[in-house]
Design a binder for this molecule. Structure first.
Ligand SMILES: Cc1ncc(COP(=O)(O)O)c(C=O)c1O
Length: 429
């Protein structure tokens, strides 16, 4: 397999764009960040005419695969009548009605364009509603790249003494933001209880209800319920960041699976089949602080015609295809089973965690990973990088962070090809 054209374009890009890419994680791709010319269904074709079965899927959003016709057609048709109206449309109301049918709890909603921004308005609302200034986030969780939240998402915890102090994950982060964030270990209710005893100024606890950003860890039985109880006891709002899990793990997200009601929840990735949209859904009395209170939320591109059209088409499809998640999970489970079998055949220790629709493959001899520190200290990331290189050479595109995203366009033949490629790659490792 050759990558000459991508390499050439990458050299050109680097002269104009720092690192040659517009999102830092892409810079880590091997052999260079690839340049693509088309993507359809489960496959992508790069500028060297290499074809890959893709499990990056936009890092989650493409639940129907790349450029599904029903979304392309809807967007194309709607944009004929204007696209950046910065005004209201009837379709936006219809979208909100669809949302009401998908979410397990009664909610009001607001829309934006990315997961990062929607988390910011959730935190702002929580501060205003509770009149308290700090918020608590968990180690290993990622809530976007803004200063306020880019703490302890992937900290170095190799030393036994590493504390739960806020560690900024980028240069240039405002030092003052560290005073407003409290860090806790996840999936450990006792640790949280002791932390809450010494902090009385926490407005909100924000959590990924399934830890999408570190090894796709599921919450321990009862953990989310206990989190809810603790928040009630301390007058703290509970925010579920469902930017990853929303519309992917179930129609009503992780909160539907676990039956735990947050005060606010954020959505983005899978909500519009690959188009940029984000949503905050919350209890009406909190959300109304944006209309009767003093909380400002803006955005020139919010509810632009293309994003509303794509989200409308996505939710319409999901509401009318009851078996969508069953079949997504079933195909994912077949793939997981096949990957485990070929790893075993080659005597390679792997762990796959998560659900059929989204899962994480680690090289480790642990038989379960329950928190970020287990993950950071016991997973051989280098080996995964080597594996993902071999998979690319065998026609399979994997994300750099170990998370695999299924789409409804991955069929049995794609799955069989992927298992075969994994077998060849394990053999070569
Ligand atoms: C849980 C979670 N929250 C927030 C974000 C930020 O979303 P975006 O990349 O759309 O800004 C992400 C992105 O990966 C995420 O996984």
């Amino acid at each position: 397999m050759k990558f000459d054209n991508s390499k050439k374009l990458y050299e050109e890009a680097k002269k104009m764009v720092p690192g040659g890419v517009s999102s830092s994680i892409r810079q880590t791709e091997w052999p260079v960040p690839l340049f693509f010319k088309s993507a359809k269904g489960s496959k992508m074709t790069d500028v060297d005419d290499n074809e890959f079965i893709d499990y990056v899927m936009g890092m989650g959003p493409n639940i129907f695969g790349h450029s599904p016709d029903f979304i392309t057609n809807s967007v194309y048709q709607d944009m004929q009548d204007g696209f950046c109206l910065t005004g209201q449309t009837k379709k936006e109301n219809e979208l909100s009605e669809f949302v009401e049918k998908t979410l397990p709890f009664k909610r009001k909603v607001r829309y934006a364009s990315s997961g990062t921004e929607i988390v910011q308005i959730a935190l702002r609302l929580a501060r205003s509603f509770t009149n308290k200034n700090k918020f608590l986030k968990f180690e290993g969780h990622y809530h976007g790249w803004m200063d306020s939240v880019l703490y302890n998402s992937h900290p170095d915890v190799s030393s036994e003494e590493t504390l739960f102090d806020p560690i900024a994950e980028s240069g240039g982060i405002s030092k003052g933001t560290a005073d407003e964030v409290v860090i806790a270990p996840w999936n450990d209710i006792e640790a949280l209880e002791s932390i809450l005893k010494v902090h009385n100024d926490i407005s909100a606890i924000i959590t990924e209800p399934i830890l999408w950003n570190s090894n796709v860890i599921l919450p321990n039985p009862g953990y989310l319920e206990n989190l809810r109880k603790l928040c009630n006891q301390h007058g703290i709002l509970l925010i579920f960041d469902e930017v990853g899990t929303g519309f992917r793990v179930a129609l009503g997200g992780a909160q539907e699976i676990y039956g735990v009601e947050p005060d606010l929840s954020t959505y983005a990735k899978s909500m519009a089949g690959g188009f940029p949209i984000a949503m905050l859904a919350g209890k009406p009395e909190i959300m109304d602080y944006m209309s009767n209170g003093n909380v400002v939320h803006g955005g020139s591109f919010n509810t632009n015609v293309m994003s509303v059209s794509a989200a409308h088409a996505t939710l319409d499809y999901l509401l009318n295809n009851e078996d969508f998640y069953k079949s997504l999970n079933k195909n994912g489970d077949i793939l997981i089973k096949g990957l485990k079998e070929v790893a075993k055949k080659h005597d390679i220790d792997i762990l796959i965690q998560g659900l059929g629709s989204v899962f994480y493959l680690s090289f480790t001899n642990l038989d379960s990973i329950k928190n970020y520190r287990d993950h950071a200290n016991n997973v051989d990331q280098e080996k995964y990088r080597e594996f993902s290189k071999l998979m690319l050479l065998n026609g399979i595109r994997l994300s750099q962070n170990g998370r695999w995203h299924m789409s409804s366009s991955h069929d049995i033949s794609d799955i069989e090809i992927t298992i075969k490629a994994a077998e060849l790659s394990f053999a070569e490792l």
